[in-house]
Write a protein that binds this ligand. Structure first.
Ligand code: BGC
Length: 886
């Protein structure tokens, strides 16, 4: 007999082996497996959140097909081992909801660590094991909890303090404006760069929470902060360190006039112009305890940026990769040009040794002149140059801190000696969102285009979605933001990022409801061009569709209404008569007011949907009625029944009303015909659309049965087309269809034409959602197997888990593999490609033959034949379909 301790040990061992077997042999384990990918407010184990009722999400795994969650249980505790479950035990909650489950426990306190775990019951009521433990740290919920004050100085600020007891837990809450680097006892804390994220400073400033428990020591400690100008052009710091000591004591350190300030080696820093760093001015030991700062002045107090201190609940900007040069040339004596083979955002790390006072200069560019020297003309006024002055102490390494550049080439001047391959290393810098999507297909040009899109997107995520990352601009233009959002959501985990950006948009809204062209508002106008302002409703809507986020609709409903009311107040006879940019950078002209009124209609439709979802029936009805009025007015004003065209008859003029089904039934045929004629014959299978028309053209052609034509446009290689950029050696998307390189507006890294990236997933890989689905609960797999495309494959990580569709086609045979996450279901449409006598097999078993569904295969609920496709209804799981015919 086993007794006491032995018995417990055997039980624990058994439990351990059982849980290990799930990891090693998932296939042989029956039933539900433990939940994974635990997220709190879109983030894994976030530090310092200031949402008092955070939401929890997880993904499910199950050994069987067709599985769902029928119930869940969440436990939240201050104890990582859950010996106490004092905060919240949800008990078994009957619900299919596995994303955004709101915390309903005891009130959370500021500055504490909470642990949580979850399990679920499957559709047959079998419970899964509990997940691994996740945690979240709370920030400071109330402004009054911020002790001390804002301080300012040159660019170095320091303070020493002593800790008398053992340290149990320590956190630093830091907001340094424009940018800061936090150092404790001589080391940088964490690996964020260009922190904090960009906001409208008089509304909101972001603080980051760091776990500094292991940076501090019992005894004397020093905290040093380097401050850069960043976007706000001011140097300010608000910092608070809280330390929990053994025995229950606490210690708090905060910024006040007892801090000391001095000028360090950063001589100047500017986002656009770069950084000048004189290593001779380094102050050894300034960020370590025991440093003699008697000669330093007291920090200045009394300046307040006014904005509310809010937690930075978004992936920070980081160095995410290192790129090595592909080529080094010497166009002139002593001038070296490094080619990194890829346009990207960030900077280079310099390795150098030489005499003290040697000045090394690095200039960044996207382009070269014919003689091989760098061409910075298209950066306009941005100097884009970093300068390093050597201290003369053996090998020296330098990376700038408070600037970033958009570049492929770096010119190196003043280098002592002959540079080597590792003299400059490229540092890729952007908001550290993860890539969660992959697309590839049998057409090489489309794979290259996918590459351009991915690089264009990620290098323009710098805490806001920027238009470009190289010239004197880098603004959060709202038009660019909404046009790239779906592509971004298919390829990256954007939930936290857009939550922040939507809040940023709300921060610029004034009492009349107006928005601005850029957010934060620096360039452009107020009120925003309606095709730009639409980012507010559209991004909220995408958050709901892609991530099932209803809270964002609730939180912004009043702001959205204010915006809609403003548009309505501006409307004349149901239409908007103002526009700044219209179908920006198009080849063929479209009336700007037509574009504005289209988006007015779109916004009101979205408000109608949102009001419906939030159960606001009265509002929903008035928005529906208003939308109807706009639709009629639009048709009356812009439709010419003689030519059967809208507006100027441009591709965009006809595309926009077709996209939102604004065209009366009887006029559809004529307009579609005209549009096709325009593309095929007037423009020899080229698009002529600007940024607005391009997104909707591809989707509209696909929706109206012309996916082959959309494909022809996507693979086109002569001007104007994406392929034309590729043929001209683009490594990121350009701002213009034209290949321009001179001064003026021609960025070579502008993601806005990347809207086609969403079309790759939706049309070619066929990953979509049913019209009323949110968060990919009801998936629709519907690939367009067009023209010479032999295969396509797409995978995205939706909030419910991985979705894959991967197909190949050959004469009389289609092979299609799909993966549907647990808790979702899907309709799969496989095109018949003009075959008849269709036989459909799944994993070798016939499921459809002789025009009949053959039931009996787990997970497959139904198969039915339509004139052009077979529709199969499936539950979660991995399926391998083979369709054959004659
Ligand atoms: C930006 C564009 C933006 C446009 C609006 C340009 O300067 O780079 O991306 O949408 O202005 O006018």
């Amino acid at each position: 007999m086993l007794k006491g301790d032995n018995f417990i040990i055997v039980l624990l061992a058994l439990f351990f082996i059982m849980s290990l077997s799930q990891v090693i042999f998932p296939g042989i384990v029956k039933g539900p497996l433990s939940p994974q990918n635990l997220c709190c407010e879109y983030l894994e184990n976030p530090l310092g959140i200031d949402v008092q009722k955070p939401r929890f999400s997880w993904t499910l795994r199950h050994a069987e097909r067709g599985q769902k969650q029928s119930a869940y249980q969440i436990i939240v505790s201050k104890d990582p081992c859950f010996r106490t479950q004092e905060m919240w035990d949800s008990g078994k909650v009957d619900s299919e909801q596995s994303i955004h489950n709101v915390y309903k426990g005891k009130t959370l306190e500021s500055n504490l660590t909470y642990y949580w775990k979850v399990r679920f019951w499957d559709k047959d009521d079998f419970p899964s094991p509990f997940s691994q433990t996740a945690y979240f740290d709370t920030g400071l919920f109330h402004q009054e909890e911020w002790k001390g004050e804002w301080i300012s100085g040159d660019n170095l600020l320091r303070k020493e303090f002593s800790v008398q007891k053992n340290i149990i837990r320590a956190r630093a809450f830091v907001c340094g404006l424009g940018y800061y680097e936090l150092r404790i006892n001589g080391e940088k804390v964490g690996n964020n760069v260009l922190d904090p994220g960009y906001t409208t400073c008089d509304q909101k400033v972001l603080y980051t929470t760091y776990d500094i428990t292991h940076h501090l020591i019992q005894g004397q400690n020093a905290v040093g902060v380097i401050i850069g100008k960043g976007w706000s052009e001011i140097r300010l710091l608000r910092l608070q360190i809280t330390i929990d000591l053994e025995g229950g004591d606490h210690l708090a350190i905060f910024t006040d006039s007892t801090w000391k300030k001095a000028q360090g080696p950063i001589v100047s820093d500017s986002i656009y112009d770069g950084e000048v760093y004189d290593a001779r001015n380094e102050i050894p030991g300034w960020d370590k305890p025991g440093f003699d700062d008697k000669g330093w002045e007291s920090a200045t107090t009394g300046i307040d940026p006014k904005g509310k201190l809010s937690a930075q609940m978004v992936q920070p900007i980081k160095v995410t990769d290192t790129l090595l040069p592909r080529e080094i040339t010497q166009p002139e004596q002593g001038v070296y040009v490094f080619d990194f083979g890829q346009n990207f955002s960030g900077w280079v790390e310099l390795s150098v040794s030489g005499p003290r006072g040697t000045k090394v200069q690095m200039r960044y560019a996207e382009l070269l002149y014919e003689n091989g020297s760098i061409n910075q003309e298209n950066l306009r006024s941005a100097k884009a140059q970093d300068v390093y002055i050597l201290k003369g102490a053996g090998e020296e390494k330098y990376e700038p801190r408070f600037t970033y550049h958009g570049f492929r080439y770096v010119e190196l001047i003043g280098y002592p000696g002959v540079p080597q391959w590792d003299t400059l290393k490229g540092k890729l810098v952007h908001s550290s969102v993860h890539q969660i999507g992959n697309f590839s297909c049998s057409k090489p040009i489309l794979n290259k285009l996918q590459h351009l899109i991915i690089w264009g997107l990620k290098t323009n995520l710098h805490s806001i979605p920027t238009d470009c990352c190289q010239r004197d601009e880098r603004m959060g233009w709202l038009g660019d933001a909404h046009l790239t959002a779906e592509t971004a959501m298919m390829n990256f985990n954007m939930g936290a990022f857009y939550t922040k950006f939507i809040n940023d948009i709300q921060d610029v809204q004034d009492k009349n409801g107006t928005l601005t062209d850029t957010v934060p508002f620096i360039w452009g106008q107020r009120p925003a061009d309606p095709a730009w302002g639409t980012a507010y409703p559209l991004l909220c809507w995408y958050m709901y569709r892609y991530y099932g986020d209803k809270r964002i609709l609730e939180q912004h409903y009043e702001g959205l209404k204010k915006y809609a009311n403003f548009l309505e107040s501006e409307a004349e006879n149901g239409l908007l008569e103002h526009s700044h940019y219209g179908d920006w950078v198009s080849v063929e002209h479209t009336p700007g007011n037509l574009v504005s009124s289209f988006f007015y209609y779109y916004d009101i439709l979205l408000l109608n949907n949102i009001a419906d979802i939030l159960g606001k029936k009265g509002d929903a009805k008035s928005y529906r009625d208003l939308a109807e009025k706009i639709k009629i007015a639009f048709h009356e004003k812009y439709y010419d029944s003689e030519t059967q065209n809208y507006g100027s008859g441009s591709q965009t003029s006809n595309t926009l009303p077709l996209y939102l089904d604004m065209v009366p039934e009887e006029d559809l045929g004529g307009i579609l015909h005209n549009l096709r004629t325009n593309i095929l014959y007037q423009n020899n299978t080229h698009l002529t659309t600007g940024i607005m028309g391009t997104k909707y053209l591809m989707e509209m052609l696909t929706k109206t049965g012309s996916s082959s034509l959309a494909y022809d446009l996507a693979v086109q290689t002569t001007y104007p087309s994406w392929g034309y950029m590729i043929k001209n050696e683009a490594t990121t998307l350009w701002e213009l269809w034209q290949n321009k390189t001179g001064p003026g507006m021609n960025s070579h890294n502008h993601p806005m034409f990347g809207s086609v990236g969403a079309w790759f997933y939706k049309a070619l890989a066929g990953i979509k959602q049913a019209p009323d689905s949110a968060g990919f609960k009801h998936i629709r797999i519907q690939p367009e197997m067009v023209r010479d495309l032999r295969f396509a494959s797409g995978t995205i990580h939706s909030p419910l888990g991985k979705i894959t569709c991967s197909w190949t086609k050959s004469p009389h045979h289609i092979d299609l593999k799909v993966d549907i996450p647990v808790n979702a279901e899907a309709e799969v449409f496989i095109p018949k490609l003009k075959m008849f006598h269709i036989v459909l097999k799944e994993n070798g078993k016939q499921i459809y033959a002789d025009q009949k569904f053959l039931p009996g295969v787990q997970g497959i609920k139904e198969a039915e034949e339509f004139p052009a496709s077979i529709r199969i209804e499936i539950g979660s799981g991995w399926y391998h379909f083979e369709l054959t015919g004659q």
